[in-house]
Ligand binder design. Structure first.
Ligand code: PDD
Length: 281
């Protein structure tokens, strides 16, 4: 029987019980992370744990464990479940209290749950690229927090699926922000363009790795907002996330990017990323 983490305890999956008064369930009052596991090893765990604590701070939630304890507990979970390739899902809510919007007067214990999921790497997408649509970004103004409130993202992704596309690229007015569950990049004349890290996007951990890869490859990076029109004029477009890694985008709405083929710069960045994955394998 696979185990799940409930606060400090590893319990059998079928023993997991959560309260309907959990504020995560009623308000989305919590935060989460998705951490990739390659060959039983966590990829960029420190970066994910740091971001989790930053998200917690931003919603005034105090995580009752040190980063080191949490790190070790996540390794224990992976080991216990003998996870080889896949990811960890982890969330922490503000805890259990009768429904009332304001924080509970009596401080609650945050509720942490985590589980592992086996998943194959999406190598076909990496090789061939995917299609995307443009959708208006209707989310709140703190997209930098990895909050459990994902309704805007969910509605965007559903539109993409209904259009037989892999991702919805969101824009606020003319400005492209990010995907429904990924960061978005364009390459023009060998220069990489992507939205700056502010309240309009999540500072992706994979994005941070992409920035490092570009630095190592000598690819110039411009972190400035780009318009929808500019995105469609790019030589190459790709997305990044923990589970999608680096996935070329070859079509956006009716516009074909780079004759429908992943571009050379995207390939170079994929290769540099792969070398970092191989280091933990
Ligand atoms: N999503 N932007 C949004 C809105 C995201 O939801 C994600 C990740 C990213 C990329 O972040 P990272 O590189 O740290 O995974 C950007 C995760 C994977 C998810 O919700 O499943």
């Amino acid at each position: 029987m696979e185990k799940m983490l409930l606060n400090n305890d590893l319990i059998d999956n079928d023993q997991m019980k959560l309260s309907i008064n959990d504020r995560g369930y009623q308000f989305g009052d919590g935060i989460y992370e998705v951490i990739k596991v390659y060959n039983g090893n966590l990829f960029t765990p420190t970066e994910h744990i740091d971001r989790l604590y930053r998200s917690a701070d931003a919603i005034r939630l105090v995580i009752p464990y040190t980063k080191d304890v949490l790190h070790k507990t996540l390794y224990d979970l992976v080991e216990e479940n003998e996870l080889v390739d896949g990811h960890i899902y982890l969330q922490i809510t503000r805890g259990v209290s009768p429904r009332n919007h304001a924080f509970p007067i009596e401080p609650t214990e945050p509720v942490l749950i985590a589980y592992t999921q086996t998943a194959e790497r999406p190598v076909n997408n990496h090789r061939n690229g995917v299609s995307a649509i443009l959708v208006e970004d209707i989310r709140w103004l703190r997209c930098d927090i990895k909050s459990l409130n994902l309704l805007g993202n969910v509605l965007a992704k559903q539109k993409a699926h209904e259009a037989n596309c892999y991702e919805a690229i969101q824009h606020r007015g003319e400005i492209v922000t990010e995907g429904s569950s990924s960061n978005i990049y364009g390459i023009k004349n060998g220069v990489l363009y992507t939205h700056p890290t502010n309240q309009y996007i999540l500072n992706g951990i994979t994005r941070q790795v992409v920035m490092k890869c570009c630095q190592e490859l000598g690819i110039q990076v411009v972190e400035e907002p780009m318009t929808k029109e500019e995105l469609l004029q790019m030589d190459e477009v790709f997305l990044s996330s923990t589970t999608s890694e680096i996935t070329p985008i070859i079509k956006i709405d009716d516009s074909i990017i780079n004759s429908g083929k992943p571009g050379d710069f995207t390939r170079k960045i994929q290769q540099a990323f792969e070398e970092k994955v191989q280091q933990v394998m």
